[in-house]
Design a protein around this ligand. Structure first.
Ligand SMILES: *[C@@H]1O[C@H](CO)[C@@H](O)[C@H](O)[C@H]1NC(C)=O
Ligand SMILES: *[C@@H]1O[C@H](CO)[C@@H](O)[C@H](O)[C@H]1NC(C)=O
Ligand SMILES: *[C@@H]1O[C@H](CO)[C@@H](O)[C@H](O)[C@H]1NC(C)=O
Ligand SMILES: *[C@@H]1O[C@H](CO)[C@@H](O)[C@H](O)[C@H]1NC(C)=O
Ligand SMILES: *[C@@H]1O[C@H](CO)[C@@H](O)[C@H](O)[C@H]1NC(C)=O
Ligand SMILES: *[C@@H]1O[C@H](CO)[C@@H](O)[C@H](O)[C@H]1NC(C)=O
Ligand SMILES: *[C@@H]1O[C@H](CO)[C@@H](O)[C@H](O)[C@H]1NC(C)=O
Ligand SMILES: *[C@@H]1O[C@H](CO)[C@@H](O)[C@H](O)[C@H]1NC(C)=O
Length: 654
């Protein structure tokens, strides 16, 4: 009793205090009229935002009731004006206890512009926010500093008015379905530091006005449909550290002014239609004097290459998949910060410059699919940190894999396809300082056998020895390659059975194999006895064009991840197992040119994702099961089976 009284007393005195504080704040902030409540505009804006959302898996909006919006989750008010300053409801929620990807489904209400004191809107990564960016945003939210609407399904254009948000520092609209051209008014956002518009459907040119964004640090426009040239004056963006314009349809030359971007550390211009030589004449005095030194060092005459050498902060560069030609500039060796360099898929010629050996921090180098000539400079042996090297498909004509390459201390991913390598698979690959994870020696002239020691490359994830002249069986040791995910041995002269492939990585856990291509060899024997144990993650299996025979194992129905199965051009026979109908993800099924007999199982009607089917030239009989997808394939999918009838072939006779 006694204590109850005390508590009641304390409560009532607290209540008095609350009332006093309430009165004071009401007096002080009388202009708002409703005490702790929000400004009516803020409240209306937030209410209609909430109304627009049908699903909120985070549950954050359920507590948005009453008038005290400053206390709502995700809302931050300015503590002097009481106005809503920030809406922070990102999809990805991370607290000390948990990480959680939440979703909001619904429409972004244009009434969000009623919150006229907003400085930060973070509605990024909610994955389900639809609608447009409100056209009036630029007129209504003059204090906006950060606008994150990325990772949603917004459509429409970026409103021109956005150029009026003069305080804007970060604009992240990437990964939506926005379209139209980029408004030149964006170039007026002098305070902009981050501009992420990538992975949308923007078209048209990169407005020249963007070169006025002199405070910009990150500019990322990749994976849109932008055309035209990179603005000539891009070099004015002196603060730029990361520039990604890749995967668009940009054309023309890489502007010379790019070499003025001295702060740049990431430069991705790959997968466009950029052209020209990576070289042009000297212009600015500053560059020339810098260049003079380097010219001497590198014995170049007359011309200064578009030298990454001037870009001393450059760490990651990709100019891949363009139409660039001319030699790889030797001044490249001056970009000492370089860690990743991708020049693949161009028409670069000449030799790899010796100066590349100065890039001691280089981790990844890809120059595949060019016209580079051999031999490789021995100096490359000093690339102590190189982990990935791709020299595939050039005019290197290496004849042999240089031994120094196998001695690079960090190299674990080696791509030397189409390099004119002859002879046996060299044994020194067995003892590389860093265990090999990926090895591509395809499309060479390798002879001899697949070595037994292959099984000791225990970290091997991907092996491509296709398109050589290897003659042997697949050594049983492959079964110990527990991490193998990709095995491509197609188009060799390999013999024996293929059972061991299905035992790869059996012992401990589910296998990691997803891709197997053994096609176009001379494998023989049956596969009925193979046990599909842990290899249930296989998505692609091609064993076509061999001499394999016998029944298909029922256990094939366990390969639930299978998307593409090609058993064509073998001597398989007997009935087709109905269990194949269990492969519900199957998109491609090729069984033509075998000796399969009996009916097409009704279970095949369950293959709803099937896009490509070929059962032609077997001994199948009876009615083709009627219905999707089987009836929709052309006659040619079934032709050459004398006993088949029914749609799409001629109707069966009763
Ligand atoms: C207002 O909020 C800011 C940031 O949360 C804080 O640093 C400041 O002390 C607060 N001012 C008052 C008067 O409460
Ligand atoms: C860049 O800004 C200046 C000064 O405001 C202006 O005169 C010029 O037209 C702008 N450039 C572009 C390409 O919009
Ligand atoms: C390139 O952009 C297209 C859309 O324009 C996209 O579908 C594709 O995934 C992008 N590719 C890469 C490698 O980012
Ligand atoms: C590079 O910057 C210098 C100094 O700011 C300037 O004089 C020169 O014109 C610029 N070069 C290019 C090609 O934009
Ligand atoms: C490649 O090198 C080998 C051996 O050095 C030589 O016999 C062959 O003619 C060369 N092939 C080409 C296309 O240059
Ligand atoms: C293996 O190499 C061949 C020839 O270079 C290529 O066509 C094939 O796509 C590669 N296989 C895989 C799985 O990448
Ligand atoms: C399977 O391999 C053969 C021969 O290498 C090739 O012609 C065929 O296109 C491949 N099948 C699939 C589905 O990729
Ligand atoms: C696989 O297919 C067979 C034959 O159609 C059927 O009896 C069996 O229940 C299926 N198994 C699963 C797991 O769907």
């Amino acid at each position: 009793m006694h204590t109850h009284e005390k508590i009641l007393k304390r409560m009532s005195s607290q209540l008095i205090w609350v009332v006093i504080v309430f009165i004071i704040t009401t007096l002080v902030e009388g202009n708002r009229g409703i005490g702790e409540g929000c400004s009516p505009g803020d409240l209306r804006g937030l209410a209609s935002f909430k109304d627009g959302i049908q699903i909120d898996t985070s549950g954050r909006l359920t507590n948005w009731v009453g008038h005290s919006c400053c206390k709502w989750e995700g809302i931050i008010c300015d503590n002097t004006t009481g106005r809503v300053a920030e809406i922070r409801l990102p999809g990805f929620i991370s607290t000390q206890e948990f990480l959680f990807q939440s979703q909001m489904k619904g429409r972004l209400s244009p009434s969000i512009t009623l919150l006229t004191s907003l400085e930060v809107i973070d509605l990024g990564g909610l994955t389900g926010l639809a609608g447009n960016i409100p056209p009036e945003i630029g007129y209504r939210l003059p204090k906006l500093r950060k606008l994150y609407l990325y990772g949603n399904i917004l459509t429409g254009a970026v409103p021109e008015s956005i150029g009026k948000l003069s305080e804007l520092e970060e604009l992240a609209l990437h990964e939506n379905r926005l379209s139209g051209s980029l408004p030149p008014s964006l170039g007026r956002l002098r305070n902009l530091k981050v501009l992420h518009l990538y992975s949308n459907q923007f078209s048209g040119i990169i407005p020249g006005s963007f070169t006025n964004l002199t405070n910009l640090i990150h500019l990322d426009l990749h994976s849109n449909s932008l055309t035209g040239q990179i603005p000539d004056r891009i070099g004015q963006l002196q603060a730029l550290k990361e520039l990604d314009l890749s995967n668009n349809s940009l054309s023309g030359k890489i502007p010379q002014s790019l070499t003025n971007l001295t702060a740049i550390s990431v430069l991705y211009l790959d997968t466009n239609h950029l052209e020209g030589a990576i070289q042009f004449p000297s212009s600015s005095g500053q560059m020339a004097s810098l260049g003079f030194l380097r010219l001497q060092n590198n014995r170049l005459t007359g011309r200064i290459p578009l030298s990454f050498g001037y870009l001393e902060s450059l760490k990651r560069v990709s100019l891949a998949n363009n139409h660039l030609f001319g030699p790889v500039p030797s001044t490249l060796g001056n970009s000492l910060a370089l860690t990743e360099l991708y020049l693949d898929g161009n028409r670069l010629s000449g030799r790899i410059p010796k100066s590349i050996s100065q890039l001691s921090g280089l981790i990844a180098l890809s120059i595949s699919h060019n016209l580079i000539l051999g031999p490789l400079p021995q100096e490359m042996s000093s690339l102590q940190n190189l982990q990935m090297l791709d020299l595939s498909f050039n005019r290197l004509n290496l004849s042999t894999i240089p031994q120094w390459l196998a001695e690079l201390p960090s190299l674990s991913r080696i791509f030397l396809a189409g390099c004119g390598i002859q002879g046996k698979i060299p044994a020194f690959l067995r003892t590389t300082p860093s265990p090999i994870q990926e090895l591509d020696l395809s499309a060479n002239h390798l002879t001899g056998s697949i070595p037994e020691w292959l099984g000791s490359l225990t970290q091997l994830y991907s092996l491509n020895l296709s398109k050589n002249s290897l003659v042997s069986t697949i050594p049983h040791s492959v079964t110990s390659l527990n991490d193998l995910g990709v095995l491509d041995l197609h188009s060799n002269k390999l013999t024996g059975t293929i059972n061991q492939v299905f035992q790869i990585g059996h012992r401990f856990s589910d296998g990691s194999l997803t891709y197997i291509d053994l096609s176009d060899n001379s494998f023989s024997g049956g596969i009925e006895q193979i046990s599909i144990g842990s290899q249930i993650g296989i998505q692609f299996l091609n064993i076509s064009q061999n001499f394999l025979e016998g029944r298909l194992p029922i256990s094939m129905g366990r390969l639930k991840s299978m998307k593409s199965l090609d058993l064509s051009y073998n001597k398989f026979g007997f009935n087709l197992p109905g269990a194949l109908g269990n492969l519900s993800l199957l998109e491609t099924l090729k069984l033509q040119k075998n000796h399969f007999s009996g009916n097409i199982p009704n279970g095949f009607l369950k293959l709803r994702k099937l896009k490509e089917l070929d059962l032609s030239h077997n001994l199948l009989v009876g009615e083709i099961p009627l219905g999707k997808p089987l009836s929709d394939f052309p006659e040619s999918a079934y032709s050459g089976n004398k006993g088949l009838c029914g749609k799409p072939l001629t109707p069966c006779k009763l």
